[in-house]
Design a protein around this ligand. Structure first.
Ligand code: UFG
Length: 337
């Protein structure tokens, strides 16, 4: 009996594979390598001593994916695969809807056909849109501000409808806040293509001298120092949440939703300072206008995940920055095959 990990060579997927392997779970990765590299498999083998079984396939190619279900006794799925860049989704909405929704539908149809009716899905705090207050709980109103977020919310709803239609299904929706950091080995981490959109990859590249200066998007938010506040979570903590969610899905039918964050918010300027301390390097920055679509404050109430999954974040902001700095130091240009 194996777990199918879609997007298993990506940032969060690869860290989850390490944890699953450590827990002696049998797993199979499927990834089209559209935003990751095959050498991640070598790194995973270095860390765990075991090379994960891998299929290079696209979820849009249903026939190719069906082979995976035929050749393996898939029991459950952890579904990471999908496009994830907010700005790109605004520019290319059709590409985002087609890829994220069709890929998931193909996957669910195969899961249904082969009786693998347990799934942990990577959703996002983006489904809370502009939250009415913080911290954010799972029962807050849902809305989205861009096509990427819309695909996450639509997939949540598709999975809810599947559960209504078939009581055999178990679905755990994880709504991630801001995953950062890297594995403490420095062997796997986040490797964005081109110029990073997200704060921490950008900060680490400025500190390493690869980019000149961070633009801090707005210092006039209603936050203690005026810069945006987010709930940054160590990717290893996040990876562990998937194991807890999978255990929960194995024991409970139906759908449930969990915030995965630390419950603490940090501002952009606090992050800059924490990274400078962790890396011993200077992060040049300038204040720039607000980024369209950004919100001032976003952090989780993570109580539900603690109560129902027995999960809580263990690593602090210093751990996140130290591990990211190590990854950057050991892989100055990301994964190079
Ligand atoms: N920021 C900067 N400069 C940058 C990049 C970011 O000041 O160069 C600021 C942003 O304005 C924000 C904070 O840093 O205040 C974090 O920005 P990120 O782009 O790293 O993350 P977001 O919170 O905007 O978005 C992330 C994920 C989305 C997800 C969302 C959920 O990237 O996929 O969290 O809330 F939808």
């Amino acid at each position: 009996m194996a777990i199918l990990v879609t997007g298993g060579t990506g940032f969060i997927g690869s860290h989850t594979v390490v944890e699953l392997t450590g827990a002696n779970e049998d797993l199979v990765i499927v990834d089209n390598l559209s935003n990751s590299k095959e050498c991640v498999l070598d790194r995973l083998e270095q860390i765990t001593g075991k090379r994960p079984k891998f299929y290079k396939a696209d979820l849009l190619d249903k026939d190719e994916c069906e082979k995976i279900f035929k050749e393996n006794d898939i029991e459950s799925v952890i579904h990471f695969a999908g496009f994830k860049a907010v700005g790109e989704s605004v520019a290319k909405p059709m590409m985002y809807y087609h890829n994220n929704l069709m890929g998931t539908l193909n996957l669910c149809e195969l899961m249904s056909k082969y009786g693998a009716k347990k799934i942990v899905f990577s959703s996002s705090a983006t489904v809370y849109g502009l939250p009415k207050s913080v911290p954010i709980s799972e029962d807050f109103p849902l809305s989205t501000t861009n096509p990427y977020g819309e695909t996450k919310l639509m997939i949540e709803r598709i999975l809810a409808d599947i559960c209504v239609s078939d009581p055999e299904w178990s679905v755990a929706i994880l709504r991630y806040f801001n995953p950062i950091g890297a594995h403490p080995s420095g062997l796997i981490g986040e490797d964005p293509r081109g110029i990073p959109n997200n704060l921490l990859p950008y900060v680490s590249k400025v500190a390493a001298g690869k980019l000149e200066c961070l633009s801090v998007f707005g210092n006039d938010y209603d936050t203690p120092d005026g810069t945006g506040v987010r709930d940054y979570i160590h990717v290893v903590d996040l990876a562990k949440a998937h194991l807890c969610a999978l255990k929960y899905a194995r024991e409970h039918k139906g759908i449930d939703y969990f915030n995965v964050g630390t419950g603490t918010g940090y501002s952009v300027l606090e992050i800059v300072k924490a990274y400078e301390e962790a890396s011993g390097k200077k992060v040049n920055y300038k204040i720039a206008p607000r980024r369209p679509g950004d919100i001032g404050e976003c952090y989780a109430n993570p109580e539900k995940a603690y109560k129902m999954l027995g999960w809580k974040a263990e690593k602090n902001i210093k751990d996140m920055c130290v591990d990211l700095a190590r990854w950057q130091e050991m892989n100055p240009d990301g994964y190079t095959d």
